[in-house]
Write a protein that binds this ligand. Structure first.
Ligand code: ATP
Ligand code: MG
Length: 565
């Protein structure tokens, strides 16, 4: 089925100069300080990307798009103990899915291991780096504190020759892990702890996904990052605020090395979102300890989880655009993301009928064996989305919660003696609720008014409620998975996260009934189940046993429960 429903938030690009980073880029271009803006997104392949990374992706790729430059995808693969090919593949897939393209500009910090090594030797030769034999603990103890200066290492004044010899032997694999490190020789009394002779290289006898066993030493993030930027001609190296204190070191490396360009680092506030955590470490533990089914569990704030749940990339881009880019850390309410999501899905999702918790309704005055086809529109605001035929018969399913035997005053749906409209069909009146021996309602006996076909009464009488339904004979069974936030508190305690998980974040409904048109449902393409919310097919589906994820409800009921609870 084709539809020309327009999508909101379609373009990832926006007007230039609408945040402080774009202002800087624009000023640099206007003043001719840079000719072409070059940015990069530098994930470490030690986990899947999450919605926080999406902010960085939209910013880096967005700026390149808006100002006619380019954005590189660079894997910051300097720590082979935690990095895996699975993560590399997932990251590429997720960035593409978000709508961004690095073209031929795919790089890896490991592509530059040789050049980084040579630069480290240069620092040794100019007396700006030394091999330190202190243990990790000693280095930590001698680093000092915020109020006290650090202590110089007893190995700080080794000769250039000795340093070169030891560093080459570190590289050759002569020493075990942790035996020695290469440190920059800057200032152990610096007010900035990052400048107190930071570690540039450490020994790690670990095979690397790309370089195999070629290297026994690996550069630190601080030594690798700026030099990689310089090699690639990055003009604006945009990162999150926790790197602000690392900037002097970034600049120190660039100033003290013969690098091919002079990149600058700019910091912005990371995204924090309520009712979830955006820490790769915690997300990794959620997966490893089985709190979720995997990185793409639809409750996860990962791009893969959001995709599986049915969140379209346009909704994520729209959300990122709305929250903007600032210099001070803040917390964004998850309802902002849900707002963007509902806007997008309201425009794009086709309408279908599904009954999540069915109860049978028998239309006593409808002839046995008769079936008729009724027209149902696919999208109320988009005639081009067309309509479909839905089958109506004597036995239907309706939602259990649309019936009450003894309803309170304001309940206008079905109850004994009450009349309601069945969407796209007829008015029906409930005559009786049939019960089993235990007193549970097993079926509703109803009558319909043939004159109300299409949903209006010729005599002009009104009904206060319209409910959805499916034909008992023609509908298909389905499993439906309803999600609520993974965490109970708006700001989960990360140190204690396992105790703060929402025990009811997943509700399984095994007996849902869906209309036949949903046999064509596609992965990652949500449809609206009328009155129930937006849902999309899950990859766990099997032929004849579809599984649907609730992407999101029609309204923010969670917010109401929170207030009520
Ligand atoms: P790690 O602790 O493993 O470094 P990380 O989330 O920083 O975790 P990276 O792979 O280093 O992971 O992140 C890639 C880029 O995404 C970095 O530039 C980082 O600043 C940015 N980023 C990470 N988390 C967020 C966030 N919550 N909001 C915005 N940007 C983020
Ligand atoms: Mg990081």
């Amino acid at each position: 089925m084709t539809s020309n429903v327009k999508t909101s938030g379609e373009a990832a690009a926006g007007e230039a100069g609408r945040d402080f980073i774009r202002d800087i880029v624009k000023a640099d271009l206007d003043a001719g300080r840079v000719k072409e803006v070059v940015t990069r997104f530098p994930p470490e392949p030690n986990g899947y990307l999450h919605i926080g990374h999406a902010k960085s992706i939209c910013l880096n790729f967005g700026i390149a798009q808006e100002f006619g430059g380019r954005c590189h995808l660079r894997f910051d693969d300097t720590n082979p103990t935690k990095e895996e090919q699975e993560y590399i593949d997932a990251i590429e897939r997720d960035v593409r899915w978000l709508g961004f393209d690095w073209g031929r500009h795919l790089y890896h910090a490991s592509d530059y291991f040789g050049r980084l090594y040579n630069w480290a030797e240069d620092l040794i030769r100019t007396g700006k780096a030394y091999v330190d034999d202190q243990s990790q603990d000693e280095i930590r103890q001698n680093r000092g504190t915020l109020t006290e200066p650090g202590k110089n290492s007893p190995f700080r004044n080794r000769s250039v020759e000795e340093n070169l010899d030891l560093f080459r032997r570190m590289r050759a694999g002569e020493f075990p892990n942790g035996a020695r490190v290469l440190r920059a020789k800057i200032d152990m009394a610096s007010g900035n702890i990052n400048m107190r002779d930071p570690v540039l290289y450490r020994i790690l006898h670990v095979s690397h996904p790309r370089t195999g066993t070629a290297w026994k030493i690996y550069p630190s993030y601080d030594f690798a990052h700026g030099q990689c930027d310089a090699i690639e001609g990055i003009t604006h190296s945009i990162c999150t605020l926790e790197f602000e204190d690392h900037r002097p070191l970034y600049d120190w490396c660039i100033e003290n090395l013969d690098v091919p360009s002079r990149p600058h680092q700019y910091e912005f506030a990371r995204l924090n979102l309520t009712y979830t955590v955006l820490s790769k470490r915690v997300l990794t533990l959620l997966v490893r300890n089985g709190h979720v089914s995997g990185w793409d569990d639809p409750r996860m704030p990962t791009i893969a989880g959001l995709r599986r749940r049915g969140v379209p990339p346009a909704a994520i881009r729209d959300f990122i655009k709305r929250i903007g880019v600032a210099k001070a850390n803040s917390l964004v309410d998850v309802s902002m993301l849900e707002f963007s999501l509902r806007e997008e899905l309201n425009n794009t999702a086709l309408r279908r009928m599904a009954v999540l918790r069915p109860i049978k309704a028998v239309i006593e005055n409808y002839p046995e064996g008769q079936v008729e086809e009724l027209d149902a529109v696919n999208h109320p605001d988009d005639p081009a989305a067309g309509s479909r035929k839905i089958k109506f018969g004597r036995e239907l399913y309706i939602e259990q919660e649309d019936f009450m035997e003894s309803p309170p005053k304001k309940f206008f749906r079905l109850s004994p003696g009450a009349e309601v409209r069945l969407r796209y069909a007829y008015f029906i009146t409930c005559k009786e609720a049939v019960k089993n021996a235990k007193g549970e309602i097993t079926e509703l006996r109803c009558t319909y008014d043939p004159a109300t076909k299409g949903g209006n009464a010729p005599d002009g009488r009104k009904v206060k409620a319209t409910i959805h339904w499916v034909s008992a004979m023609h509908s298909m069974p389905a499993e439906v998975r309803i999600y609520d936030p993974l965490f109970l508190k708006p700001v989960p305690d990360v140190a204690n996260f396992a105790n703060e998980l929402n025990p009811n974040s997943l509700e399984l409904l095994n007996g849902a009934r869906i209309e036949p048109a949903l046999a064509d449902a596609k992965l990652e393409v949500p449809v609206q189940f009328e009155r129930n919310g937006y849902f999309c097919l899950d990859p766990d589906s099997k032929p004849g046993k579809p599984v649907f994820n609730r992407t999101i409800g029609l309204r923010d009921t969670w917010a109401k429960e929170k207030v009520a609870g």
